[in-house]
Design a protein around this ligand. Structure first.
Ligand code: TAP
Length: 481
């Protein structure tokens, strides 16, 4: 029997009155694993009203920080007790490998614990403004937070928003991507088993164009925190002007991975592969543009293609799989279109470029690791975010050429430099106009480091103390002594 997913509003699981539904599929088999009703505009407004009413009641915002911290710790504990279920659901719904899902679940648990700990350490400030005036600076919750997340890290992106928003004392409405709601539903089931008061955390399902749009436009939402594409982020920013709500946007990228002649070749190849093929390239920070210095270029490309050919693509639950599936048929078609665009632009397709049609993998949405060489910076495949296992490899002459090419993009999310010369690497990394960068590694980070982009990759930061600030107002209180 196919499971029908429900919304969670005011502490109750409720079925949507909507007649339209979304089939939730397993990308490794394309089988329908659940059906979600599309939360209507009216139901979304009801969830927002509930969150607002609950915020104003003070049942959550008036708790001592330590009391909120203890609920966050309980959620982390529940997740830990159910980590295998969360991992399985993420693999099944998103198509990522078990190893990747495992790491997402651990990071999500750590994120709840990190914000619980932070609540016990953050302090307000006080100073004497003059002989008879004492000033306090205090942090307060913003109010009602609308959280809109994408499909590529369904659980982790939800938790990166839920944990700091709740820690700060806000009430929330979460809207996961329509095609990947399963781990969000499970997380809310687990939160329901804790002492989180009713109405603090609300979950709606369904379409961005209806439920997401309603959140972004609502005058009762005080902050909209969005992770997704730059196109939708731009739309949300406009919709948010109605009540001038705060916006926090984590968006797309086209990140450069710069490899110098003096880099350790094996290390550079390893991380350049990991940089793009983790999550089958469906990662905002993917190193989708590899820039290689001319002296090492031919050797690097030869080595890289050989290694990419050997990547084992397969269903996430297969322990040997190194790269999982593409999330949906629609997205796979987008990726295929970019292969065609690349060919028409005159790039050389050095590897891959097709859906895998052999054996067991045929029934799933599996794509070959794909490499384009002979590319120029004006090509669409170099400028636009493809969000799939497609990488372009370019040649550069010197430091100036590398930086000019790396920064010639509307995006500014991430970037990396590979060189044994630490001074050169640091000099270059400081010149990359991006918020998340690496030297001689890729993708590694943790919940303490601020996460976000420059230029059209974002506004604001997730994680760390910066992530808590996103969900807080700052007030000055002046006391006549
Ligand atoms: P989007 O298509 O932008 O969707 C993201 C979320 O926004 C989904 O929940 C979507 O709903 C919703 N949405 C769509 N239209 C909306 C509207 N008019 N108003 C409000 N919400 C709306 O992105 P995606 O395809 O899911 O994810 C891939 C993108 O996310 C990539 O660009 C990637 O770079 C970016 N991303 C960025 C980061 C960071 S941290 N920078 C992390 C992960 C992903 P439905 O899809 O359910 O309709």
């Amino acid at each position: 029997m196919t499971r029908h997913l429900k919304m969670y509003i005011n502490g109750e699981w409720v079925a949507s009155s909507s007649e339209t539904t979304v089939n939730v599929i397993d990308p490794a088999t394309q089988e329908v694993i659940a059906v979600a009703s599309n939360t209507t505009k009216e139901e979304t407004e009801e969830a927002i009203k509930t969150a607002k009413r609950t915020f104003e009641s003070g049942v959550w915002s008036d708790l001592l920080p330590q009391e909120r911290a203890s609920v966050l710790r309980k959620i982390a504990e529940k997740m830990e007790d159910n980590e295998n279920t969360l991992i399985d659901l993420e693999v099944q719904n998103n198509g990522k490998t078990k190893r990747e899902a495992d790491s997402d679940v651990q990071d999500a648990i750590n994120c709840f614990r990190y914000y619980a700990d932070l609540l016990n350490t953050t302090s307000d400030q006080t100073y004497e403004a003059s002989e008879d005036l004492q000033t306090l600076i205090v942090k307060e919750p913003i109010g009602t937070a609308g959280l809109i997340v994408p499909w590529n890290f369904p659980l982790l992106m939800s938790v990166w928003k839920i944990a700091p928003a709740l820690a700060a004392g806000n009430t929330i409405i979460l809207k996961p991507a329509e095609i990947t709601p399963l781990t969000a539903v499970k997380l809310f089931e687990l939160m329901d088993e804790t002492d989180l008061p009713k109405g603090v955390a609300n979950l709606i399902l369904g379409l961005g164009s209806e439920a997401g749009q309603t959140i972004s436009e609502s005058k009762d939402v005080d902050i909209v925190s969005f992770t997704g594409s730059t196109a939708v982020g731009r739309h949300i920013m406009k919709a948010a002007t109605g009540n001038m709500k705060k916006v926090s946007l984590e968006m797309g990228g086209k990140s450069p991975n710069i490899i110098f002649d003096d880099a350790d070749l094996d290390t550079a190849v390893d991380y350049a592969l990991f940089g793009i093929y983790m999550g089958a390239g469906q990662v905002c920070t993917s190193g989708s543009r590899i820039l290689v210095q001319e002296g090492i270029y031919d050797k690097f490309v030869k080595n890289y293609i050989e290694r990419a050919k050997a990547i084992k693509v397969g269903p996430g639950h297969d322990e040997n799989a190194e790269m999982g599936a593409i999330v949906s048929q629609k997205h796979l078609e987008n990726i295929l279109e970019y292969v065609q665009i690349g060919k028409e632009e005159g790039a050389h397709l050095a590897l891959g470029g097709s859906k895998i049609k052999s054996g067991e993998l045929e029934k799933g949405l599996f794509f070959e690791p794909t490499i384009f060489t002979n590319v120029t910076n004006d090509m669409r495949i170099v400028q636009e975010e493809i969000f799939g296992p497609i990488v372009t490899i370019q040649k550069f002459k010197d430091e100036d050429d590398a930086i000019k090419t790396a920064n010639d993009t509307d995006y500014g999310l991430a970037g990396a430099v590979f060189s044994k010369d630490q001074n050169k690497a640091l000099r270059l990394i400081k010149k990359i106009r991006a918020g998340i960068t690496w030297v001689n590694t890729y993708h590694l980070t943790d919940e303490q480091a601020p996460w976000g982009g420059y230029k059209q990759s974002g506004i604001g930061r997730s994680l760390g103390t910066y992530g808590l600030d996103e969900y807080q107002e700052t007030k000055q209180i002046n006391i006549n002594l």
